[in-house]
Design a protein. Structure first.
Length: 256
């Protein structure tokens, strides 16, 4: 498949803002009763992502958008560029468009999965999109000023945050402290041994913030080395079905 051929997929759509910035996404409707099915939003990580995932589910509507913005077109952390929030606003438009295409029930649940950059985006956009639950795998929490930034990611973070980075977007602990209203259920997954200081400066800082604010969460530290996708999407979906009471009816394996 060529670089652009995937856009001819009938399940692929696009949304543009008033400035002409366009986000492409693939919407795979649930095989069973899509109008009443929950939505599973999948946010990919940093790098060259050539096309949306083909992932589908029989009882979930799958939304797989593309963030090919930012420095070297490798991602804008599902936030924006030069200190703005254009990507974030496009993402909301994508979710709204997907619900309209499906003709979804107004009470349809939304759960978000994101890994690395996508994990940052999942946490950042959870309340904004009205998510019930978020699974953030090896997420960035602290951008500029972190060891991860100094090990090579600084140009990418600068392109997102601009010349005068605000503390809210540079460190999601500050963002969480400023959130009002009900939080989603946060699932955080991290490798025990990753890049230097990554566990202590990233996942564990937001866990400390959750504890500080008495916010509910699920934490898994995988006893491995690396910056890995630790669970498959179907395993994440099963966690949502198990731990979100309104989704218990979808459980296929009560032993999970």
């Amino acid at each position: 498949m060529s670089d652009e051929e995937w856009k001819n997929d009938p399940l692929v759509h696009s949304i543009s803002d008033e400035m002409g910035k366009t986000m492409w996404f693939r919407l795979s409707p649930a095989k069973n009763n899509p109008q009443n099915a929950p939505f599973f939003l999948i946010l990919h990580g940093h790098g060259t992502t050539s096309r949306p995932t083909f992932y589908s589910e029989k009882n979930w509507n799958i939304i797989a958008p593309m963030d090919n913005f930012g420095f070297e077109s490798k991602g804008s952390w599902w936030l924006g560029e030069d200190g703005g929030e254009s990507t974030r606003m496009l993402l909301k438009m994508v979710v709204e468009a997907a619900k309209e295409i499906i003709d979804a029930d107004l009470d349809s649940k939304l759960c978000i999965y994101g890994s690395s950059m996508g994990g940052y985006g999942a946490i950042l956009n959870a309340q904004y999109l009205g998510a019930t639950a978020v699974y953030a795998n090896v997420p960035q929490i602290h951008l500029l000023g972190s060891t991860y930034s100094e090990l090579g990611m600084k140009p990418y973070f600068q392109a997102v945050l601009g010349q005068q980075p605000d503390d809210i977007h540079n460190n999601l602990c500050n963002y969480i402290r400023g959130c009002e209203g009900e939080h989603p259920l946060y699932f955080i997954c991290e490798n025990r041994f990753g890049q230097r200081n990554y566990l202590s400066e990233q996942a564990m800082t937001i866990v400390s913030t959750f504890n500080e604010l008495n916010i509910n969460y699920h934490l898994e530290i995988v006893p491995t080395t690396g910056h890995n996708k630790n669970l498959g999407l179907r395993e994440v979906r099963a966690l949502f079905e198990k731990h979100i009471e309104e989704l218990n009816y979808l459980l296929e394996d009560v032993n999970l």
